[in-house]
Design a protein around this ligand. Structure first.
Ligand SMILES: [Zn+2]
Length: 255
């Protein structure tokens, strides 16, 4: 079985070389390395060049939680200069749940402005967008549609089902993580999402629950856990589901 981890922060892994060897051994053929700031954009492009297996594909972007005002222009310039090396724009989007953003309309507006500029970049270069949408699901969808972006994935989607239905109706995708094994909002959303609009990922190195009170720190090989959780939730055939997920990822990212 071959797996594709469609959302990994490789630059945040403590021992990325070891994690990639383990991923290759576990059958991970491809990884989408998403980037959150200038440093991450640079590091992920380096990893793509230096690692043969698994194949690394890079998404270039600025995360709403990593906005450094003094670096924004330089980062957007860097992304533009390296756009041919990217398969997507991201991780970008909005997050209204950060404490510093929750009650601060100016901060939310700053997030929206930067998200809009990245959506425009995606449209200009006809690239898919990897979207972080926590607490801002409806705004993310409206802005993505308004920007005329054709391909978007609402990563680790755990928002309301009415927005999910509009995401699917717009032809966009959602993705899910190992949290699908236990998180009620993830389970509620993904149980409603058609498999043709769903992808699997790890968002590594995020920590996830395991059992009653254990937890583990994800690396790309744990995309197999996301698949297992999906199969258990939806009661579908494992290898058939994986084939659909792989096809979705290949088509979405053009890999
Ligand atoms: Zn992420």
């Amino acid at each position: 079985m071959l797996f594709i981890d469609t959302h990994a922060h490789l630059d945040h892994l403590e021992n990325v070389e070891q994690a990639l060897v383990q991923a290759a051994e576990a059958g991970v053929s491809d990884i989408i390395a998403v980037s959150v700031d200038l440093k991450a954009n640079k590091r992920n492009l380096e990893l793509k060049k230096s690692i043969q297996r698994p194949r690394i594909h890079v998404a270039l972007g600025i995360h709403p939680g990593n906005i450094v005002p003094d670096e924004v222009e330089e980062t957007l310039r860097f992304i533009r200069e390296h756009i041919k090396e990217a398969v997507a724009i991201g991780e970008t989007g909005l997050d209204y749940w950060y404490k510093w953003a929750k009650k601060d309309e100016a901060k939310k507006a700053e997030q929206r402005q930067l998200f809009r500029r990245q959506l425009e970049l995606a449209r200009e270069f006809d690239l898919p967008v990897v979207i972080h949408s926590r607490g801002a699901w409806r705004d993310c969808l409206t802005m993505t549609r308004d920007a005329g972006v054709k391909k978007a994935v609402f990563h680790w989607y755990s928002g309301p089902v009415d927005v999910l239905n509009d995401i699917v109706a717009s032809g966009y995708m959602v993705s899910t993580t190992p949290s699908l094994a236990y998180s009620p909002p993830s389970r509620e959303a993904i149980s409603q999402a058609p498999i043709e609009h769903t992808m699997i990922e790890t968002d590594c190195p995020v920590y996830y629950q395991e059992g009653e009170d254990g937890r583990f720190q994800a690396t790309p090989k744990d995309v197999a856990r996301t698949l297992k959780a999906y199969v258990a939730l939806k009661n579908v055939d494992e290898s058939k589901a994986l084939a659909v997920f792989n096809e979705n990822a290949r088509r979405f990212f053009g890999i």
